[in-house]
Design a protein around this ligand. Structure first.
Ligand code: A2H
Length: 253
C-alpha cells in the first residue's frame, strides 16, 4: 500500500440472533461484521455484505459487550487505535473462515432492507481494510458485478451453499443521481464497458475510477435525510452521524 494512511469508516453490520451453533460462544454479545468503506453516504443502498470464502477471519472483543468479525491484521490495527477490550492486544474469541460467514443474516445502518445476508466475493483482498465489504450495487462496480455473477450463475450459488432467497430478491436501490450516469451508475458503467464478471479486473478498476470521481463531484443524494444535497456536502454529515450514533467507527491503516 501507499505511504499515505487510508482512513476508512467501519460500518457495524449486526449479526441477527439466534446465532448458528458455531457462533454460540458469542451469545449475549453484540456481534458485527465490520465493513470498511470510503463511501459512508452510500449506506442507504446496502443490499448485502461480501466476504472472501477462503479468507481467515476472527471474532474479536472490541469492548466488554461488542464483538467485531474481521481479518486478524485489522484487529491488530484496531487494538492500537483504542478498539480492543485488552489495550493494544487483539482478543480473539473464535476463529472463522469466510465460508462460516456466508448466509449470516445482518442488520446494517441506513439500509432500506430490514435483513441482508453475507455472500461471497472473490476479489476481496484480506490485506486491505477489514476483509469485509458492504455491498452497494447501485454505485460500486465491483459490488454490481459480484451480485450479477451470483444471480446469473446457479452453479456459483450451489458451490457456496447459497440459498436463492438470499440473492434472488435483491434489488438495486437507487440512492445517488449523476448526470449522464443516471441513478444506478455502477450498472450504467459496467454495461457501457461490457464488463463480463467480477474477474474482469482491469476494466473494473477503470469503471471504479470513473464512478468514484463522478459520484463525488457531480452526484446528488436522492434518498435519506440529505436528499437533494450534493454528495460532497452530504458525505461528511452522514459519516459524522454514523459515528456519533455508534453505528460506525473510524479505522486507519
Ligand atoms: B467501497 P481502496 Cl458505493 N477488498 O464502499 C476489496 N475491496 C475492498 C476491501 C477489500 N479488503 N475493503 C474495502 N473495499 C472496497 C462502498 C463503495 C466503495 C462504493 C463505491 C466505491 C467504493 C460500497 N462497497 O470503492 O482501495 C470498499 O468499497 C471504490 C474505491 O482503499 C471501499 O469503499 O481505495 C473501497 O473498496 C476501498 O478501496
Amino acid at each position: 500500500e501507499g505511504v499515505q494512511p487510508q482512513e476508512y469508516t467501519v460500518i457495524k453490520m449486526e449479526l441477527v440472533a439466534p446465532f448458528p451453533d458455531k457462533f454460540k460462544v458469542l451469545e449475549g454479545k453484540k456481534v458485527f461484521l465490520a465493513a470498511a468503506t470510503l463511501r459512508p453516504e452510500t449506506m442507504y443502498g446496502q443490499t448485502n455484505a461480501w466476504v472472501l470464502p477462503d479468507g481467515k477471519y476472527g471474532a474479536f472483543e472490541i469492548n466488554d459487550s461488542e464483538v467485531f468479525i474481521l481479518a486478524h491484521r485489522a484487529a491488530l490495527n484496531l487494538a492500537y487505535q483504542n478498539h480492543s477490550r485488552v489495550p493494544e492486544k487483539p482478543s480473539c474469541l473464535l476463529e472463522l473462515t469466510g465460508r462460516d460467514l456466508i448466509g449470516l443474516p445482518l442488520k446494517s445502518p441506513l439500509s432500506f432492507s430490514e435483513v441482508i445476508y453475507a455472500l461471497p466475493m472473490l476479489s476481496i483482498l484480506m490485506d486491505k481494510g477489514t476483509g469485509i465489504v458492504t455491498s452497494v450495487p447501485s454505485d460500486a462496480p465491483d459490488d454490481y458485478m459480484a451480485l450479477h455473477d451470483l444471480k446469473a450463475k446457479p452453479a456459483f450459488r450451489e458451490k457456496y451453499g447459497i440459498k436463492d432467497e438470499w440473492v434472488m430478491p435483491i434489488e438495486i436501490v437507487p440512492i445517488i443521481e449523476i448526470p449522464q450516469f443516471g441513478n444506478k451508475c455502477a450498472e450504467t458503467v459496467c454495461l457501457q464497458m461490457k464488463i463480463k464478471s467480477q474477474n474482469d479486473k482491469e476494466k473494473l478498476a477503470e469503471a471504479k475510477k470513473q464512478t468514484y470521481l463522478k459520484g463525488f463531484t457531480e452526484g446528488t443524494m436522492i434518498v435519506g435525510e440529505y436528499a437533494g444535497r450534493k454528495v460532497q456536502e452530504a458525505k461528511p454529515l452522514i459519516r459524522t452521524k454514523l459515528l456519533e450514533t455508534g453505528q460506525a467507527i473510524v479505522y486507519s491503516e
